[in-house]
Design a protein around this ligand. Structure first.
Ligand code: PA5
Length: 427
């Protein structure tokens, strides 16, 4: 389970402090499924349901793909792609595709940029590949175009019948264009449950199938998530999700309108992208909401660090850390000490990173930036499950505390309507 450290935020709380009564009420309506958007609270027991229904078939499809293909192309956007990419980068590292013996996993359908499409085709080369197209609605333009391209590539290489054995569709159980195509063609199908929105769907087939292909132990992820969700149902200020939700809402009301999610581990980059979608789409509506941003330390200490330390005092900082590094690496000793660094020789990089982290935290707090610490023991399947369930639970509670529906995204429709109108006008 996640631990939350609010010591670095407390100096910025006013006399009233975080409103745990409002947190309790938000949790009550969430768990009672009586708040706005309650039709989309299926993620609360998603891991348990997946374990009972689809998990075995996801694992066996992943094993088949691992036998069939050197590359899996995952076609999707938003909640239909960020979770899987976040998991693979976190657990198998951002260099997965360069260093792995498992199939490489590439993502498409999240851009309309022709250079990116051509680059992906070049990366694919003559490798054997499969396609997992993921879209809950089945009608989102970016992945729909991506799938058209991917399917044509498959059919050119394997013929129409050969392609059929290499297409895996994850979509709504009953409706949508993608659902209809999959049914007509007899593609293997997996379900995005109707009561789970895209950004809360990583622990369904949406995230689990690509993760399993990349060699992640998804049975461990699901099992840990089941236990984490039970723990996160605790109705008490001891609940880490309450602590995080209450603290960030309190800071927001005191003028901290931007939250920066920071991590010192480069493999966390896409977890931060996943978090930005989760919090941005869930909370940014009705003219309110904390703006979610992210930084990758130490690199960004030498770019965004200046702004964090010294810019407008509208920031709060949430720092995710892993208590144990996965591998050791010690500073080498060098004869003659030409660079003057022998005072660090023999010390592990993890130890130096921890000291850098403490130094940054103290500097940023002194500079007027509240600091919320979030930690899990290790960057492994259990750590991933704990972070996902914690962030989802805290997000829904926090959004209800601010009075918005966490589960809709009416603002996303505006660009879509314009785009379709303009594309059709140009005909
Ligand atoms: O959280 C959401 O619901 C959205 O971000 C969707 O995931 C995104 O728009 C993709 O939608 P779909 O899966 O229907 O293609």
């Amino acid at each position: 389970m996640v631990k939350v450290d609010l010591l670095g935020a407390q100096p910025f709380f006013d006399a009233a402090g975080p409103d745990f009564a409002a947190t309790a009420e938000a949790h009550r309506i969430l768990a009672g499924r009586s708040g706005a958007g309650s039709d989309f609270t299926g993620w609360l027991d998603l891991p348990g349901r997946v374990a009972k229904s689809e998990l075995k078939s996801i694992v066996s499809a992943a094993q088949r793909i691992r036998r069939q293909a050197q590359v899996l192309l995952v076609v999707g956007i938003g909640g239909s792609y960020l979770g899987a990419r976040a998991a693979i980068e976190l657990l198998q590292t951002p260099s997965h595709n360069q260093i792995t013996n498992d199939p490489q996993v590439y993502f498409m359908g999240n851009t309309l940029n022709p250079d990116a499409v051509n680059e992906l085709i070049a990366l694919l080369g003559d490798k054997d590949f499969c396609v997992n197209v993921i879209s809950k609605s089945g009608g989102t333009l970016e992945p729909a175009l991506g799938f058209r391209v991917a399917r044509a590539l498959l059919e050119r290489k394997y013929g129409r019948n050969g392609a059929k054995k290499r297409i895996y569709v994850t979509t709504d159980e009953h409706r949508g264009i993608l659902h209809d195509i999959a049914e007509a063609e007899g593609y293997d199908r997996f379900i995005v449950p109707g009561d789970v929105g895209g950004r809360f769907s990583v622990l369904s087939a949406v995230g689990l199938l690509p993760m399993a292909v990349a060699g992640i132990d998804i049975e461990a992820v699901v099992d840990c998530a089941i236990h984490d969700l039970m723990d996160l149902d605790l109705r008490s200020p001891e609940n880490p999700a309450w602590q995080y939700a209450a603290a960030r809402q309190h800071l927001y009301r005191n003028g901290k309108t931007i939250e920066i999610l920071a991590c010192y581990d480069p493999s966390f980059r896409f977890m931060a992208e996943w978090w930005k979608q989760l919090y941005g789409e869930s909370e940014g509506k009705n003219g309110i909401g904390i703006f979610p941003a992210s930084v990758e330390y130490n690199a960004d200490l030498h770019s965004m660090g200046q702004y964090v330390q010294d810019g407008p005092r509208t920031l709060m900082e949430t720092v995710v850390s892993f208590e144990q590094a996965m591998t050791p690496f010690k500073v080498p000793f060098e004869m003659g000490d030409p660079d003057g660094l022998n005072y660090l020789a023999g010390r592990d990089f993890a130890d130096i990173e921890r000291i850098a982290r403490d130094a940054v935290k103290a500097a940023h707090i002194a500079g007027g930036v509240p600091n919320i610490g979030i930690s899990v023991p290790r960057r492994d399947e259990a750590g991933f499950a704990s972070l996902v369930t914690f962030f989802e639970m805290a997000c829904a509670i926090s959004a209800y505390m601010s009075g918005v529906n966490p589960f809709d995204q009416p603002g996303v429709e505006a660009y879509k309507q314009n785009m379709f109108r303009m594309l059709k006008q140009e005909d």
